[in-house]
Design a protein around this ligand. Sequence first.
Ligand code: GZL
Length: 348
Amino acid sequence: MKKGVWTLFFVAMALLLFLSACGSGDEANSAPEGESPTQDRSNEEDSNGNDEKTKDKLVIGFSQVGAESEWRTANTQSIQDAIKEAGHELQFSDAQQQQQNQIMAIRSFISQGVDAIVFSPVVETGFETVLQEAKDADIPVFLADRAVDIEDDSLWVTFLGSDFVEEGRKAANWLVEEMADYDGEVNIVELQGTVGSAPAIDRKKGFEEVIANHPKFKITQSQTGDFTRTEGKEVMEAFLRSDGDNIDVLYAHNDDMAIGAIQAIEEYGLNPAEDIIVIGVDAVKGAFEAMVAGKMNVTIECNPQFGPQLVGLIEDHFAGNELPKRIAVEESMYTMDQAADLIESRTY
Ligand code: GZL
């Protein structure tokens, strides 16, 4: 082959090689520096050193308060179902309403290296240290249902739950309207929730904020029933023994305590919802049954079924989206005259 032909041949080959190295432009740009477009990147890690491939399946540690009420049972079911239906792995702990058990559970989740922690704090204070440990381990914490009273809000990603102060206001505003035409003094006994818990503190705060503007309403006795039926009944029995003939209203921070108190009122010989107005919070099935039976006047809704919304927020976070620090669940209230029409449609 003549020399000139050989030169042409090598120039053509060099041109071919140059063009094929450039490709269409897309593949070359999509591969990270130094990698070929076709290299398997299924094990690529993100900036936190997490394996991108397993981000579709998160390991979520869920530290739940306990199983103290119908509300709690429904809340646990909603969150557990949502985590499993989304294809994530659940590590669950029931703290039996003991703060120490929650602290131990969170430490266990940290040592297991879970991807995220869901936490409903039994009380507002005393969790700073363990939440700092989770932050140091680069494990995001999502507060579900109850909040913590901590200055440093970098210790959790977001809070999803109810506005308990507003629930207290709704209860008091219903009572003020219900007794607008009554001229005498209105003596109220109050069954508080778990001492130090966000719902107990805030439901009391909201209720007292409203009745402060209506002097005829007075809280004459107030004590914790720890959100349970048993203790609600026991404390109501003590209220009745102390001043049973001068109680006009019971304000219970949850329906379970109200249902326990209804039994005490009946055993004392009075008619609940007639001789003593009965106000609860949660809107659980038991409250609707009591209202249908004519033994309870009103329940303020506190919706426990936010599991799907919570899992969506966790996945949003891992997708890199910024979340607001506080997200309130929409809620209503239900009275005795509505109960019969609504009870079949209730889902918790
Ligand atoms: C409120 C929740 C409370 C319920 C109670 O969001 O924390 O705890 O009102 C439950 O029934 O025990």
